[in-house]
Design a protein around this ligand. Sequence first.
Ligand code: DP6
Length: 345
Amino acid sequence: MENLNHSDIEDFKFEPVTTVAHSNIALIKYWGKRSVQMNLPAVGSISLTLDALHTQTTLQFDESLDQDVFSLNEKEFGGKELKRISDFLDLGAATKDRPKARINSRNNFPTGAGLASSASGFAALALAVNDRLGLNLNDESLSAFARMGSGSAARSIYGGFAEMKLGSKEDGSEDIAVQLYGESHWDIRLLVVVTSTEKKKLGSTEGMNRTAQSAPYYKEWISSQSSDLDEMRNAISAKDFEKVGELTEHSCFKMHGLAMSARPPILYWNAATTETIHKVWKLRQSGIPAYVTIDAGPQVKILCLPDSVDEIKKAVFEVDDVEHIIEAKPGPAAKIVTPENEIIA
Ligand code: DP6
């Protein structure tokens, strides 16, 4: 990547570093890549970073290792999970010929909860690599680095509301995320309704690639994104909750409608997902401002205001198969945590 410098062995710091990054939810969705190899998104996106969900990662380079060792929630991973991490470290070091590392990550939410962790995971790892390799990347370059691990990770570098920009250059130097507003801009809530704890069947990378190759409305998806982004930026700035909610639902259903039109079709929802959507719409009809959004899985995320949280939770718990609901507020930026104030999930 052009904005990462080649690291010499003397640039490596061999003591461990620990970082924390929070997950984010896209209000205007990213779906599709204009370059698979560089992981360049085909559309810009806008997100909210969440305080309640985070990944904590400790990275230590160790010259005695002959391969990287990656564990998530105390379980060691090989295969394609390890390769994705090793490739990312190679990218940071700008060489495959580098000291190997131990990477211990912990999510404060159960991995089996069916919640994506690549956003918080790669943001935490990007920050750790930047620190241990002395890359001195500013936030925008750090977001571009995190994006190479996972597109949504670029936005988790920031707290509050962030926008992933759509670049036009082939080298990806314009495909960075920026902060729109910090976490204190607006006290809103996001309820994560867990409808299934099964591992997801089709990951977002495969899902979006299949969509790009076969969905008949893919061009329209791309061409209609910039006006959604403009409207969302304005609505967040004006703290217009109804408008933010309406745009959030629109982007979600546009993305899922598009994915459903792929061949073979992609349907991430289960029966409880659909039932929860209807529950939220019913609540809205009764005057409670609440809006849904869904990612590449069956969980429903409900955007709402603090004073309706209890009522919404009560109604949604009536849906069969809803076992738990995580309540999140706007969360902070990714950061380095010293061992003394280490966050333990
Ligand atoms: C539906 O960031 O997981 O959550 O770049 O291939 O790793 P890769 O994809 P990823 O996709 C996220 C898709 C989404 C929408 C979003 O977060 O914008």
